[in-house]
Design a protein around this ligand. Sequence first.
Ligand SMILES: [Zn+2]
Length: 435
Amino acid sequence: MYEEDYAVKILSDFIKINTSNPPGNEEEAVEFLDSILTKEGLETQIYLPVKKRANLLSKIKGRKKGKPIVLLSHIDVVPANPDEWDVHPFSGEIKDGFIYGRGAIDMKSQTISQLFAFIDLYKKGIVPERDLIFLATCDEEVGGKNGIEYMLNEVKELQEASFVLSEGGSFIEENGFIHAQIAVAEKKISQFMLKAHGQGGHGSMPSQDSANEKVIKASYEIISHKWPIKVTGVVNSYLNGILKDKTIEGVRFNTLKEGLKNKKIREALEANPLFNALLRNTVVPTILKSGEKINVIPSEATIYFDARLLPQENKENFFSRIKKLCGKDVEVIMLDGSAVDPKPSSYNTEYFKGIKETIRRSKGDIPVLPCLLTGASDLRYFRNLNIPAYGFFPAVFDKEEILKMHGKNERISVENFINAIEMTKDIVNFLAKCR
Ligand SMILES: [Zn+2]
């Protein structure tokens, strides 16, 4: 039996280890988790891809060989500026019933929940049907090269996993209603930059060959292009689940298909940044790099774009479209070199069903919906191998809390965290029974 205070202290101490990525420095955090596992008698293995970066794996042997079930989490966090926070982001401060700090939501609280559930199963002497692996990785926040990518190459059995559970979904509370989101797919990162060259010189005598004008014109074409709405199965299930019977702009929402035909509903959905991102590719300029002096015309200009494609989109088609929009005056340079092309995980599986039943046993008959993540996570590497991979952390968040995730004053309430540990145990108990 773990004690609640102990769990809270562990999370607080874990947050205190600054794993901001870059640079990451996850080795100390891995040693911290390792000491907890070994103290309980579990065997562990630490993998060091490069200096100060580390991954941790522990396994409970199952009845059958091969095809393990993996509890996956990343231990790096995005950087935090202490000046913007009310408490220091790496103090792990516990105040007014909340545990504060970078990683309190994304995703150190889930790492600790998985850790406790894993240890709990082991201490109860339960032998899972399949090997159960606890895997904590580094480097997720900048792409996973030293983390999950390294581990998949190093530990071949991970490539044959039968199921992976990690981050992405949770319980969402809105206007007194609660529903569960289980992330089964994510959009594809397709970042790129535009670069143009031109005649540099003095601002008082411009030539017609301007690098800045070329990237601005090309960017304008990209920005004004309206990517078509395409409904995927996951998004259809999700939006129908949360919007059914709601009134939008005075119109009753029945089904997504019908709603999109109604101008008022369609425009309201498009005006909501999340819904809009679920329904179409998004392409947005993020970094503009060009001249440095007001009276000097630069000879080179670049604009970076963050683009996220719907799961069914083809990257090649997307980039040929971008090139067509840009014209010949600019160079389009793709920035995501990885060959990962994840397909959505099916949600017609024993795993989805089992997790849903586990949820309903303690939360009652709430909607449990598959969802598409607009961001990217390490799960894309498993989906790329056609391994069912879900993102679900059984904690309850409202919209405001979710926004704190990569922002300031990230926190999780003690009650929420403790409940999440308990439900993670229930889920792991279920997974232990999966053949
Ligand atoms: Zn994360």
